[in-house]
Design a protein around this ligand. Structure first.
Ligand code: ADP
Ligand code: MG
Ligand code: ZN
Length: 625
């Protein structure tokens, strides 16, 4: 392969691998096959007398006396093998060991008209094979290790192969219909599907199709499912590999697997290559724990090289999934690589219902099952959790001997899931959800009562990462310098969650930590860096890159007097108090609105600007973007 040269890190072992490798591979495969055949035979022969009933000698004598024994074979004077007729007429093969030399056995057999077959040596082919097998395996292993040592690195035979799981179009067809919700992700992927269906059309138009699409979302939100569905929609081959599959203890193996994966992709175009858990290989280089992340770096480098080396003209599209986009090496996200990111969100109420419906198709439901109610009762769960819920409910039904799954079964399954998921601290209790709803409603409502604030984009009580909920503003235009009014509005909005909790419950939760930090940080910067305090004016304190969330006490760069420090603190406190007053005033005056938004959040979980305007009877937004 010629693209080796682009590699940033020259690899010792990157030359001339193909021919040599293949040969050894074949030899080894042949050897292995032989060993397998031998093993198979042994097992086959050994299993031969599987349905032989072993009985005590005394029982055998009883059978003999009852004239149930029809024929025997005496082996080595030690074992009697024979057939007997059971009471209901079926014949059974039995075996028994002769405990002593029984002089009368022959006589008894003759008396009972039993057919006696000649003796036979017990050292069967099976026994010989059984003795040989450890040697065969031992030699194979030594031979393999020797070759391994000679070959080193890249020539680790089949280790270098990509292990990609391949799903051809004839396999079970997963389409977008199997994925509930995720409208945005489907929309983004549709473009890829269209391209794969008809690459020529796009080429004629000269359109540039994304080479790589990165699916970003929490575990269980359906990223893998979406990738498979995209392949199913396009009717193309699908190669599935997990990032951790690239990582092996031998240096160079990962890089070789990457090469092989892309090679397979080119051979089987049009197709989708899907790398699950990209973060396993794609972590920022040079940020590994301890030394020895050389192998991973090489693998990542190889991936970058391959991505640059192939062209969408080949009809190969790369999809990847991760739940940690923050740790990915920035090089992976550059144009021409994973230049498109698709966010795969946790499902809201309606989407949860749709997911339940999809999975409930596979089971028989009793009439009392209300999927809508179940969806409402499972906030904070992912698609995978819900698929699991349906399955658990079916298992409960099965255990109870029902032929349909009842509402009660779903309750039981939910309780079980709740325990499991609660341990992972994800499923949210109704009380927690209400508190989050009021908190976020507090943030959200302030957007509508502050002239200087950015408009609200949306507010949600669906957990995102560590946060239980979010209220997202939408800056009207990109601007890098901010006015004092805007900053104060930010502080007030940040205080909204705290004040709303206090109004509703009379006390607040730890969920306010980030908000308080953010507000304090902004107020401090206004005073110390941006000269926005009347009392102190045009002056900068502290060093530039001082971490704003470290208190003054910890800060090393104190370039002002104790007296000034006090005035700074006073100013910050003043700004904070002033903002808190405004926040309280607005939220107290508009308590009904706060309740309306909070209750709607509990019901609908996500509200956008338009929806809130409807709820609050406000005129529709005038948008100039
Ligand atoms: P991820 O890759 O994001 O961790 P998966 O794609 O592996 O999640 O999802 C696991 C399972 O959860 C899927 O196989 C599917 O049964 C179910 N699932 C997740 N999201 C959805 C969805 N939106 N619609 C239907 N089923 C879903
Ligand atoms: Mg997955
Ligand atoms: Zn908050």
């Amino acid at each position: 392969m010629s693209d080796q040269n682009n590699n940033k890190k020259p690899e010792k072992d990157s030359k001339g691998n193909s021919g040599f490798d293949l040969n050894n591979n074949n030899k080894f495969a042949l050897f292995f096959l032989l060993a397998l055949i031998v093993m198979f035979f042994v097992l086959f022969l050994a299993n031969d007398n599987n349905d032989v009933m072993e009985i005590p000698y005394s029982t055998f004598l009883n059978y003999l006396e009852n004239e149930q024994v029809t024929a025997v074979k005496i082996i080595d004077n030690k074992t009697v093998q024979g057939t007997m007729r059971g009471t209901s007429g079926q014949s059974t093969v039995f075996e028994t060991a002769i405990p002593y030399f029984d002089d009368f056995l022959m006589k008894k057999l003759r008396e009972n008209n039993v057919i006696i077959e000649g003796a036979e040596r017990s050292t069967s082919a099976a026994a010989i094979f059984i003795q040989i097998i450890p040697w065969v395996i031992g030699f194979a292993f030594i031979w393999f290790m020797l070759r391994q040592m000679q070959g080193g690195g890249n020539k680790a035979f089949s280790f270098g192969k990509s292990k990609a799981k391949r799903y051809t179009q004839s396999d079970k067809h997963i389409t977008f219909d199997d994925v509930a919700g995720q409208a945005e992700a489907k929309y983004e992927l549709q473009e890829v599907v269209d391209f794969l269906k008809n690459p020529e059309k796009f080429q004629k138009l000269g359109a540039r199709v994304p080479k790589g699409v990165l699916l970003v979302g929490m575990p269980g939100t359906g990223k893998t499912l979406l990738a498979k569905a995209a392949a199913g929609e396009a009717g193309v081959n699908f190669f599935h590999m997990s990032g951790s599959d690239f990582v092996e203890m031998f240096v160079g193996v990962g890089a070789s697997r990457v090469r092989d994966l892309f090679e397979q992709g080119r051979k089987n175009a049009p197709c989708i290559l899907f790398i699950d858990e990209l973060d396993a290989v794609g972590r920022t280089r040079g940020a590994g724990y301890g030394g020895g992340h050389d192998e991973r770096e090489q693998t990542l480098n190889q991936m970058l090289v391959e991505m640059d080396g192939f062209d969408t003209k080949d009809g190969v599209i790369l999809l990847a999934a991760t739940n940690r986009p923050d740790v990915l090496d920035p090089a992976l996200l550059r144009p021409g690589r994973f230049d498109r990111q698709v966010v795969v969100d946790m499902p809201d109420n309606n989407e949860r219902k749709a997911i339940l419906e999809i999975h409930a198709q596979k089971v028989q439901l009793e009439d009392d099952v209300d999927l809508e109610r179940i969806a409402r009762a499972t906030p904070g769960t992912s698609g995978a959790d819900l698929a699991n819920l349906v399955n658990e409910a079916a298992l409960f039904a099965g255990r109870q001997g029902r032929d349909k799954v009842s509402g009660q079964n779903f309750e039981e399954a939910r309780d079980k899931l709740l325990l499991g998921v609660a341990r992972k601290s994800r499923l949210i209790s109704p009380e927690e959800k209400e508190a989050t709803a009021y908190h976020e409603a507090g943030h959200a409502l302030l957007h509508y009562h502050l002239d200087d604030a950015d408009p609200l984009h949306k507010v949600t009580v669906i957990p995102h990462g560590q946060a239980l909920g979010l209220a997202i503003s939408l800056p009207e235009k990109d601007s890098y310098s901010k006015r004092k009014g805007w900053l104060k509005a930010r502080i007030i909005i940040a205080m909204g969650g705290y004040v709303a909790e206090k109004l509703k419950y009379g006390e607040t939760t730890t969920g306010t930590k980030n908000d308080i930090e953010q507000a304090t940080g902004l107020a401090r910067k206004m005073v110390m860096e941006w000269g926005m305090s009347e009392a102190l004016g045009f002056i900068s304190f502290g060093s530039e890159d001082e971490p704003i969330f470290l208190g003054k006490e910890i800060s090393q760069h104190k370039d002002y007097s104790e007296d000034t420090a006090m005035r700074i603190d006073n100013e910050i406190t003043n700004i904070m108090r002033e903002c808190l007053d405004v926040t309280e005033k607005i939220l107290i005056e508009n308590r009904e609105q706060l309740t309306i938004i909070a209750e709607a959040l509990i019901e609908e979980e996500t509200l956008d600007d338009d929806r809130i305007r409807v709820l609050l009877d406000l005129p529709p937004a005038v948008r100039n973007y």
